[in-house]
Ligand binder design. Structure first.
Ligand code: GLA
Length: 356
């Protein structure tokens, strides 16, 4: 009997993201304005066998996972394999995957390298039949991230990786999960600069902040339905500050999207600077290194504004600048969201198997 033909190769590419403004709002169904970036994670492999066997160009140990029985996140090693296991836990694939992971994203810097890995794994395992709806894929990968990291993260990172639009930031209402592309103005750069401090989400106060916001909402009602100033009804000063950040940040996101649409980079930059001050003083997720970097960039000629990006507690700062103003960091381009291809021809040409 003839041997089964080798399964066709699969290629999946998922971008990281940088958030221009709107941090610690997604978990309350608020507004965010991220963009998918050209730094990305790629998986090349074949769907076969009863297990997952992935090597990585940035990790010394491979991810070797049986599909059943489902291991708990605590027993999966090495650490990066946990995010792969999170996806298989959520997806329950009928087949294995053998291949290589390559990434141009800095790991653990706040540019959503874990979200990019999750999205790439999900697409490599299950890009067909049929295109994934953006939100379903992002939600699956958000649950994978929560399973793997134990951090009660929101959906921004995974949805930005899935739904990116070249040349655009994405205004996302995290209640309805509507994604509205906002064109980036001509003549600006988006530059990401690392503070030098690693960002440690799981060990950070992310879950504590989320609990504080939940407590504020228990007293005030859903923050997404309230306006700046409504937090004054909270007696407890820490909860009041947390709510004040979220309410003002939603307004800033809206205003920043309007400023970008009208080509007013200076106004957008001023809102980014105000966002950083709020994350520093009211939400208390900045660090001295992030503050010093934001201050330095803010005082640099040609910089419209800078702020910490993502969860905070270390990691990166994002700056909106005149073209060519900064020579440090990564000048990031806004790109289309994740794609996958499953036939040899498509994989060779890099064409997408998913439609939007
Ligand atoms: C992390 C989470 C996101 C979001 C940001 C803060 O990146 O994964 O869901 O909450 O922090 O805006």
């Amino acid at each position: 009997m003839a041997a089964d033909p080798a399964p066709p190769p699969v290629l999946a590419v998922a971008p990281g993201r940088v958030n221009l403004i709107g941090d610690h709002t997604d978990t309350t169904g608020g507004l965010v304005l991220p963009m998918a970036i050209h730094l990305a994670t790629t998986i090349r492999g074949r769907r076969r066998g009863p297990s997952i066997r992935l090597t990585s160009d940035t990790e010394p140990e491979p991810a070797l996972l049986a599909l059943t029985p489902d291991p708990g996140p605590g027993v999966v090693v090495p650490d990066w394999a946990r995010y792969v296991a999170g996806v298989t836990h959520e997806l329950g694939p009928a087949h294995g995957l053998e291949g290589e992971v390559a990434t141009t994203l800095p790991v653990g810097a706040g540019l959503s390298s874990s979200a990019a890995l999750e999205v790439a794994v999900a697409l490599a395992l299950d890009a067909e039949p049929g295109p994934w709806p953006h939100v379903a894929l992002a939600r699956l990968c958000q649950r994978a991230e929560q399973w793997a990291s134990g951090v009660p993260c929101g959906i921004m990172d995974q949805l930005a990786s899935v739904a990116g639009v070249a040349g655009h930031a994405l205004l996302i209402d995290c209640t309805g999960l509507l994604v509205e592309p906002v064109p980036l103005p001509e003549g600006v750069d988006v530059v990401v600069v690392h503070s030098g401090e690693p960002r440690r989400l799981a060990g950070s106060a992310y879950a504590q902040r989320r609990a504080e916001v939940t407590a504020a909402e228990a007293a005030l009602g859903p923050l997404r339905l309230l306006a700046p100033g409504d937090e004054a009804a909270l007696a407890e000063p820490v909860l009041r500050r947390r709510a004040r950040h979220v309410l003002a940040e939603n307004e800033r996101v809206r205003a920043c999207a309007t400023a970008l649409r009208s080509g007013d980079a200076a106004a957008a930059g001023a809102l980014m600077a105000a966002s950083h001050a709020s994350l520093r003083d009211d939400f208390e997720v900045s660090t001295p290194a992030l503050d010093a970097l934001v201050e330095h960039l803010g005082a640099t000629a040609g910089v419209h504004g800078a702020r910490l990006t993502g969860a905070g507690f270390g990691g990166c700062v994002v700056a909106l600048t005149e073209r060519g103003a900064l020579h440090d960091g990564w000048k990031v381009r806004a790109v289309d969201g994740a794609v996958a291809a499953t036939t040899a021809a498509r994989a060779a040409s890099g064409a997408t198997a998913r439609s939007r």
